[in-house]
Design a protein around this ligand. Structure first.
Ligand code: ATP
Ligand code: MG
Length: 347
């Protein structure tokens, strides 16, 4: 069902991403694939559908919940959950790894002390058969452990030819900052990769998306509502799905659903501001939301609001971080719902 809110798993539920899937299938033998795109654009859905269409085993690590200063235990916890969820397909590959204990339908990983799992030797082990390992929201791997993990990945890239890696990230600048492919001192420096950038739908495709979704429920929605919806949510499939799902579940009015979406986005922005530990992010975001679309306009806006001058380097850092998080680009919001949410931040 097109309006199912979970990431899609099957091609028939995935609307209009044939080209993206074909690109992935054509590049399956590239050792490293990087899938980028803003939040809610459909990266995980494309990844899942693709992985379900290939014949050999896959491991998908959902890293979204990883804390900033995560340790090996937390990383291995995600790894063990992921392996456990596909235990039948993976049992052959992992059964000879001494740091991994198979307990019924689940596995346990020894993460510290003598005989603990070493990521490099884990990769060497599973290399016996063709396998794909996907890191969903891989920028979350940044942190004290990132070098160790990158070293292991770089080793596998060079020596474990049966392993294919896929990385996705919605905080695109941060993802590349983790992988450091262009950094001469990084273990992954200069490695070849294939990049799939997932773009939003055009307005026409977005309307088709909604029409097809409603059709599955025998519903026809009038053109004006479609127009209103697409002009607010743009072609971002996650928001269109959110809208469609709410309508078919009974919340009929567009304005109510729009408010719900803006509140969701507002919470996400609040978390971001909390993580960054500076309320100035809110002021900068508000300025951009109000159309301050240049360095000098934003600077003036922040200085007026705060009644204090702001240092160039601090403003530069804030704008740069917002770009790395894929919230803004060229002084514009990437997602119109975030723009609306930013107007309503009260700090
Ligand atoms: N092409 C599509 N067809 C149908 N539904 C889609 C499509 N793309 C995305 N969706 C829906 O939109 C929502 C967001 O998709 P998904 O989680 O795959 O995106 P994402 O880019 O991984 O998002 P995030 O950055 O938040 O992880 C989900 O509800 C998903 O079912
Ligand atoms: Mg995702």
């Amino acid at each position: 069902m097109i309006f199912d809110a979970r990431p899609k798993m099957k091609r028939e539920d995935l609307f209009d991403r044939e080209k993206e899937l074909e690109d992935l299938h054509n590049n399956l033998d590239v050792p490293m694939i990087i899938i980028t795109g803003i939040r809610r654009i459909g990266k995980s859905s494309i990844l899942n559908v693709f992985l379900n269409e290939i014949n050999y085993p896959t491991i998908v690590l959902d890293l979204r919940a990883l804390r900033n200063n995560y340790g090996l235990k937390e990383f291995y916890d995600i790894l063990s959950q992921s392996i456990s969820s596909k235990i039948e397909k993976l049992i052959d590959v992992i059964k000879s790894i001494s740091a991994i204990r198979i307990a019924g339908n689940e596995i346990e990983i020894k993460w510290k002390g003598k005989g603990a799992l070493n990521l490099t030797s884990f990769f060497d082990h599973i290399n016996r058969k063709r396998i794909i390992i996907a890191f969903d929201e891989a920028q979350k791997l940044r942190g004290p452990r990132s070098n160790e993990i990158l070293n292991a990945i770089a080793h596998a890239y060079d020596y474990d030819k049966n392993i294919g890696f896929i990385f996705t990230g919605s905080e695109i600048g941060l993802l590349y900052d983790f992988l450091k492919i262009k950094d001469t001192t990084s273990p992954l420096y200069g490695r070849y990769y294939y990049n799939l950038t997932v773009e939003r739908f055009s307005k026409d495709i977005a309307k088709d998306f909604l029409r097809s979704g409603f059709k599955e429920y025998g519903m026809v929605v009038d053109e004006n509502t479609l127009e209103e919806c697409v002009s607010f949510f743009d072609g971002i499939p996650g928001w269109l799905t959110f809208y469609g799902n709410e309508v078919v579940r009974g919340h009929k009015r567009f304005n109510v659903i729009k408010e719900m979406a803006v509140n969701l986005a507002k919470n996400e922005l609040r978390n971001l501001i909390k993580n960054r530990g500076s309320k100035r992010y809110a002021t900068v975001l508000q300025g951009i939301a109000l159309g301050k679309n240049s360095w000098s306009k934003i600077k003036e806006y922040v200085e007026e609001r705060e009644k204090t001058t702001i240092s160039k380097s601090i403003l530069y850092n804030i704008l740069n971080n917002l770009e790395e998080l894929s919230i803004i680009k060229d002084y514009e919001f990437m997602d119109p719902v975030y723009r609306e949410a930013a107007k309503r931040l009260n700090y």
